[in-house]
Design a protein around this ligand. Structure first.
Ligand code: ATP
Length: 305
C-alpha cells in the first residue's frame, strides 16, 4: 500500500476541525503495534498520546507493558511514563486537561494526534464536550448516559479480538512478560520498599503488584514458595483476562451510546500467533491485510472529510 501523505489539517481550517484518531481496544489486542504501523508508514505526521492509566507513570515498564524505545521507531510519544508514581495519581479530569494541551500542541505543529491506550474512562473524559467528574457512565447499577457530543472530530478505531482467543494470548503474554524481566522488576520494586512509596490508588494498582505482594513478603525460601508463586501467576492471568473483558464492556457501552466506533477484527492474526507451526511471516501477512490496510482506509477517509 502506498504511503498516504495527507496531513491532519490544512492550515486554514486549523481551529475549525480538530481531528484526532483514537485507537481503542482491550489490553493485548495490538493497539501499540497498529499505532506504530500507521505512524511510521502511512500518516508520518502522527504523534502518539498514551491513554493507558498505568503507563502514565514512571517505573514498572515491563509490568505495565509499555512500548519500548526501540519499538517506538522514533515516533514521538507523549504521557508515557511522564508522572512520578510516588507523587501523583492522575484522575480522568487531570488527564482531560493535560492530554488536551498535548493535542493542541501537536495540532499547532500540523501533526496528527493518535490517542492510544485501553483506559476508556480517560478517553471518555478527554473527548466529551462537557465532562462532569462526578458522573460515571461505566459503573454501577444505573450508570449515567453516554454523551455523544464530542469536542474533537474523532476517528475511533476499535481493535478487537474474540475473547476466548484473546484470553489464550493474554495467558501466554503473562508467561512471556515474567520471563522477560517482570519478575525481576517486581522483585526489585518490593525489595527496595518502593511499593510502600507509590500511590496505592495510582501505579500501586497495576496488575502484578497486589498479586505478587504476598509472595515477595513471605514466599522466598519457604516450602510453599512454588505454590504461592503459581497461585500469584494464576491470579495475574485471571485479572488480565478480567480487565480485557471489562474494557470490551466499556467500549460496547460507548458504541451503544452512539459513538461511531470502527471495529477491526484482529482475531485471525492472534489465532495465527497461537498456532505453534505458523511462522511470524504468516502472522505479519494477516495483520497487514486485515488490520493495517483496513485502518489505513478508515483513517484516510476521515482525514479527507
Ligand atoms: P476505566 O478507566 O476505563 O473506567 P478502569 O478504572 O477499570 O476503567 P482500566 O484502564 O480498565 O481502568 O484499568 C483497570 C485496572 O486494570 C487498573 O486499575 C489496573 O489495576 C489494571 N491495569 C490497567 N492497565 C494496566 C497496565 N497497563 N498494567 C497493569 N495493570 C493495568
Amino acid at each position: 500500500m502506498e504511503p498516504v501523505t495527507t496531513t491532519a489539517l490544512p492550515p486554514n481550517t486549523r481551529h475549525r476541525h480538530r481531528k484526532i484518531v483514537v485507537i481503542m481496544g482491550p489490553t493485548g489486542a495490538g493497539k501499540s503495534r497498529l499505532s506504530i504501523d500507521l505512524a511510521t508508514r502511512f500518516f508520518k505526521n502522527s504523534e502518539i498520546i498514551n491513554s493507558d492509566k498505568m503507563q502514565l507513570y514512571r517505573r514498572l515498564d515491563i509490568t505495565t507493558n509499555k512500548i519500548t524505545l526501540q519499538e517506538q521507531h522514533g515516533v514521538p510519544h507523549h504521557l508515557l511514563g511522564a508522572f512520578d508514581p510516588t507523587q501523583s495519581v492522575v484522575n480522568p479530569h487531570d488527564f482531560r486537561e493535560i492530554a488536551s494541551d498535548t493535542i493542541s500542541d501537536i495540532i499547532s505543529r500540523r501533526g496528527l494526534p493518535l490517542i492510544v491506550g485501553g483506559s476508556n474512562s480517560f478517553i471518555y473524559s478527554l473527548v466529551t464536550k462537557r465532562f462532569d467528574p462526578e458522573s460515571d457512565v461505566f459503573n454501577g447499577m444505573d450508570p449515567d448516559p453516554v454523551s455523544s457530543q464530542l469536542r474533537y472530530k474523532c476517528c475511533f478505531i476499535w481493535v478487537d479480538v474474540c475473547l476466548p482467543v484473546l484470553n489464550q494470548y493474554l495467558c501466554k503474554r503473562v508467561e512471556e512478560m515474567l520471563d522477560s524481566g517482570m519478575f525481576e522488576e517486581l522483585s526489585e520494586f518490593f525489595g527496595s520498599g518502593e511499593h510502600l512509596t507509590v500511590k496505592r490508588s495510582g501505579l500501586g494498582q497495576a496488575i502484578g503488584i497486589p498479586e505478587l505482594e504476598g509472595y515477595f513478603r513471605t514466599g522466598n525460601g519457604t516450602d510453599s514458595e512454588a505454590a504461592v508463586y503459581n497461585e500469584a501467576v494464576r491470579r495475574i492471568k485471571d485479572n488480565t483476562c478480567q480487565l480485557a473483558k471489562r474494557q470490551v464492556g466499556k467500549i460496547l457501552r460507548l458504541k451503544d451510546g452512539g459513538w461511531d466506533l470502527k471495529r477491526i477484527d484482529a482475531t485471525e492474526a492472534f489465532r495465527a500467533v497461537l498456532t505453534a507451526d505458523s511462522g511470524g511471516g504468516r502472522v505479519a501477512e494477516i495483520w497487514e491485510k486485515q488490520v493495517v490496510e483496513t485502518s489505513v482506509k478508515i483513517v484516510s477517509q476521515f482525514l479527507e472529510e
